[in-house]
Design a protein around this ligand. Structure first.
Ligand code: G3P
Ligand code: CA
Length: 263
């Protein structure tokens, strides 16, 4: 079976990452799952933002975890990707909500409503970002929110990912049936993680590490764990993933991956 195509931060090659616009475009392109990073705001909301600070994607000083949701909602998270859009008379009218900070709740509702409307199962790969001042509260809030949707069982269309082994252990304690993905960026971490992670945990290696470290690549490929590889944007990356039998490819270009896989 070919790998599942996961939209990394939405269709983020074309549209500003982690915006509703990027996720709607990914769904329209046929992505089978959506990846997002989550952080907690000062008033306890989970929002989909990759960086600790607002500098890159909202073009303003500030740290996500010290801001309240209402303050983040004032900011434009799309303009950095297309700074000249206001000058383009031919640009189509946009729904402003597409460019604002996206809460995880809204993303979950979007996926649930899309699946109900189309009958097409779409999954979510949710990454908790660490270190953060809130520590384990992030996973606690995440499991509470997923419980509201009834999405903590083994068939839930959700998996939780993290580079932090401790964070995934917390999720396992709070929601033992949720699928977990241990992300790995550096080959040097493999020895420790290979002994620590649960037998049914998925591995999420970076494509660069797989390329740069053939010995670790072979060990990971024969570890018995399913592989979800990131960030797979080129044909040659996809070919390597197919060779390794990856179960999911996480890509900024889901439409391109689907075209390569399904023609
Ligand atoms: O899907 C995993 C990947 O997103 C991890 O790296 O930095 O893009 O969150 P990063
Ligand atoms: Ca991520």
């Amino acid at each position: 079976m070919r790998p599942q195509v996961v939209a990394h931060r939405g269709a983020s090659h074309e549209i500003a990452e982690h915006t509703l616009g990027a996720y709607v475009a990914a769904l329209d392109a046929g992505a089978e799952a959506l990846e997002c990073d989550v952080r907690l705001t000062a008033d306890g909301h989970l929002v989909c933002v990759h960086d600790r600070t607002l500098k890159r994607t909202a073009q303003t000083p500030g740290v996500v975890s010290t801001m309240e949701l209402a303050d983040l909602a004032e900011l434009d998270f799309a303009k950095w990707k297309n700074p000249w859009i206001d000058l383009d008379d031919e640009a189509p009218d946009r729904d402003e909500a597409f460019d604002r900070v996206l809460t995880l709740r809204t993303l979950l509702e979007t996926v649930r409503d899309y699946s109900t409307r189309t009958g097409r199962r779409v999954e979510l790969a949710i990454e908790t970002k660490h270190p953060t001042r809130y520590g384990g509260l992030v996973e606690k809030r995440l499991v509470e929110l997923l419980s509201e949707f009834g999405w903590i069982g083994p068939d839930a269309p959700v998996r939780v990912m993290s580079f932090s082994y401790t964070a995934l252990q917390r999720v396992e304690r709070l929601a033992p049936d949720l699928r977990l993905v241990q992300l790995i960026e550096h080959a040097r971490n493999w020895a420790m993680l290979s002994r620590a992670i649960g037998p049914d945990w998925i591995l999420g290696p970076g494509i660069q590490m797989l390329r740069d470290h053939p010995k670790v690549r072979a060990r990971i490929a024969h570890s018995g764990h399913d592989l979800h590889v990131w960030t797979v944007n080129k044909k040659s990356d996809l070919e390597l993933c197919l060779d390794l039998g990856a179960k999911a490819v996480i890509s900024d270009r889901p439409a391109h991956m689907l075209e390569l896989l399904d023609g």
